[in-house]
Design a protein around this ligand. Structure first.
Ligand SMILES: *Cc1c(COP(=O)(O)O)cnc(C)c1O
Length: 370
């Protein structure tokens, strides 16, 4: 019992809420940070210039509210994808967009659909809404359960593609098979699409109940600015605009987003470099004979084996702890049977991956780890 009775005044579902567990953001220097899929390279130099310009002398512009529709950024995003401005909604991070979608489509009587494992924020957003959740489980192959999603009666279904934390991408052919039968709104969370071979944007023209969600936190190195967006039919975008905060994206972020998305040449280079580092790391894991899903993202989901060739939750935990003691931070998801034997490792710079590989070698040499 609390002294104030404040919790008892709150709504029941709020008192039972479990907040989202974000990856650690360690303080102090010296960490090799491979746990939250941030970009290891800085954003386009145009971003800092744009922020300084937007700030004005003495930060005078900050007195004024930002553009409520993020109008300039909407038009940059629309042009980038060959869509109309009415097909774009800008969010304070794509998490904001996902939250708006839950607000529009999910309640106790209208459960949200999702696959598991996938992005662990979805159930948290649903809990905040006091909504229901229908879950379709992957098996170890991580192939898309197309038939089950087609037949889902959820008003909206969240699908992460490429998926997290596995890195497995789904083809447009599979998505079209779902879209041609599923009657609700299919939300494809494409946080990692810049690293993938295919993306669903071209399907928007034919499928009005498709929404594509993107973020600037991963490939665009702007996790700290909080920028994401939804692409979809104007009627769907209109719903999102009704339920969002009127000033949901701040001035500096709007300017940063315009500058970033206007510098495609810079980001093409960054993405190519990350993919090359990823593929070199995947080859290294293959040499080690660690089972690893084929990644279409900027992270790798791998099942570590110890020196005796054993794998499993205790082995994954042992490597996670060893890396952590050596200031290499990766992500471990112990609570799901399909993830508990794996580690999710973000792709860093080549130097960071060298440190990681050396630390893994040291763990393999240390005989006492399980
Ligand atoms: C990182 C991530 C996001 C969050 O993006 P923000 O724009 O930083 O809120 C959304 N979906 C998935 C699957 C992610 O991995």
């Amino acid at each position: 019992m609390s002294q104030t009775d404040i919790p008892s005044l709150a709504l029941g579902h709020v008192t039972r809420l479990h907040a989202y567990t974000p990856g650690l953001q360690p303080s102090g220097s010296g960490w090799v940070k491979l746990n939250t899929n941030e970009c290891p390279y800085p954003p386009s130099p145009r971003v800092a210039e744009a922020i300084v310009r937007e700030l004005g002398a003495d930060g005078a512009s900050l007195r004024l509210y930002p553009n409520p529709e993020s109008a300039s950024l909407r038009s940059v995003v629309a042009r980038l994808h060959g869509l109309g401005e009415k097909q774009v909604c800008i969010g304070n991070g794509s998490d904001d967009i996902l939250n708006l979608l839950v607000r529009c489509f999910c309640s106790a009587a209208s459960p949200l659909g999702q696959t598991t494992p996938s992005y662990s924020l979805y159930p948290v957003l649903v809990e905040i809404q006091d909504g229901g959740l229908q879950t379709i489980a992957f098996d170890r192959s991580m192939t898309l359960p197309v038939e089950r999603i087609k037949n889902s009666d959820a008003k909206a279904f969240f699908l992460t593609s490429p998926n997290a934390p596995t890195g497995v991408g789904f083809s447009n052919a599979q998505l079209e098979e779902i879209l041609s039968a599923y009657r609700g709104v299919l939300v494809v969370d494409e946080a990692y699409a810049p690293f993938a071979g295919e993306n669903a944007v071209s399907l928007l023209a034919n499928y009005p109940r498709l929404v594509v969600v993107r973020t600037l936190s991963k490939a665009h190195a702007l996790a700290g600015m909080r920028l994401g967006y939804a692409l979809g039919h104007p009627e769907l975008i209109d719903l999102l605009d009704r339920v969002r905060d009127s000033y949901n994206v701040n001035r500096l972020s709007q300017a940063a987003g315009c500058a970033a998305l206007s510098d495609t040449a810079y980001y093409d280079g960054v993405i190519a470099r990350i993919k090359a580092t990823r593929d070199a790391f995947l080859a290294r894991l293959e040499e080690r004979r660690w089972f690893t899903y084929r990644s279409q993202t900027n992270f790798v989901f791998t099942e570590p084996c110890d020196a005796a060739g054993r794998s499993g939750p205790a082995v994954a935990r042992s490597l996670y702890d060893f890396l952590c003691e050596n200031k290499v931070l990766v992500r471990y998801f112990p609570s799901h049977a399909l993830t508990a034997s794996f580690l999710r490792i973000s792709v860093g710079t080549d130097d960071e991956m060298l440190v990681l590989n050396r630390t893994i070698d040291a763990w393999l040499k240390a005989a006492t780890h399980v």
